[in-house]
Design a protein. Structure first.
Length: 205
C-alpha cells in the first residue's frame, strides 16, 4: 500500500470514528449534548481535526439525516414488496413508517426536527426522492390510468406523510398506550384508502 492510499485509509477511519462517536453521544446523552468539542475529546483528537472532516456540526447532522431517510425508504420498500394490492401496500407502509419511527427515535427526531435544531439542507437528501416514489407509485396504482385528470399524486403523497407524521409526533412527544395508538393508525390508514377508493368509485358511476 502506497503512502497516498495509507493516508486516504487513515482519513476514512478518522471520519468513521467521528461519526460513530457522535452517534453514540447522541443516543446516550441526547441531541442537546452533542458538540464538536465533545466529539474531539472523546476520540482524543483536536477540534481542528474534526473540522478538517466536517465543516460544522450541521454537516455531521446531515450525514445522519441522509442515513435516516435511506433507512426509512428501505423499510417502506421492504414492507411494500410483500403486498400485491396497492391498498395493502399503503397499509403495510403506514405500519412500517410507524415501526421505523419508534424503533429509531433519534433518527426520526433529527429527520423531522422534533424538538431539536436541524440543518436547512436536509431537504436535498437523495433518499427523499426514493421515499416519495415508493409511496406515490402505490397511490397512483389505485386510480384508473388517465381517467381522473384532477387526481394529484403529489397531494396524496403529502397527505399520506402528513397523516403519519402527525400521529407519530403526537405519540412520540406525549406517549400514551401503544395499543390505542396502533388502533388510531389503522383507522387513519383505512380512512385514507377509503377516500381514494370512494373518489375512484364516483368517477366510475
Amino acid at each position: 500500500m502506497g503512502i497516498t492510499d495509507r493516508k486516504q485509509r487513515q482519513k476514512e477511519e478518522v471520519r468513521a470514528s467521528i461519526l460513530e462517536t457522535a452517534w453514540e453521544m447522541i443516543v446516550t446523552e441526547g441531541w442537546q449534548s452533542f458538540s464538536i468539542r465533545k466529539v474531539a475529546d472523546a476520540i482524543e483528537y483536536s477540534v481542528p481535526v474534526i473540522y478538517s472532516h466536517f465543516e460544522n456540526k450541521d454537516a455531521i447532522l446531515l450525514e445522519f439525516n441522509r442515513k435516516g431517510f435511506q433507512l426509512l425508504a428501505e423499510a417502506l420498500a421492504a414492507a411494500k414488496a410483500g403486498k400485491k394490492m396497492p391498498a395493502d401496500q399503503l397499509r403495510a407502509m403506514g405500519r412500517a413508517y410507524w415501526d421505523f419511527a419508534f424503533a429509531n427515535k433519534e433518527y426520526y427526531q433529527l429527520m423531522f426536527g422534533l424538538g431539536i435544531p436541524t440543518c436547512d439542507i436536509a431537504s436535498r437528501i437523495p433518499a427523499l426522492a426514493d421515499l416519495k416514489k415508493i409511496i406515490t407509485d402505490s397511490v397512483v396504482a389505485m386510480v384508473g390510468p388517465g381517467k381522473q385528470p384532477s387526481f394529484d399524486p403529489w397531494l396524496k403523497h403529502q397527505s399520506f406523510l402528513s397523516m403519519l407524521h402527525g400521529l407519530v409526533s403526537i405519540n412520540m412527544v406525549s406517549p400514551g398506550g401503544m395499543e390505542s395508538a396502533l388502533k388510531v393508525l389503522d383507522d387513519v390508514m383505512c380512512s385514507f384508502i377509503r377516500g381514494i377508493e370512494a373518489a375512484e368509485a364516483m368517477r366510475n358511476d
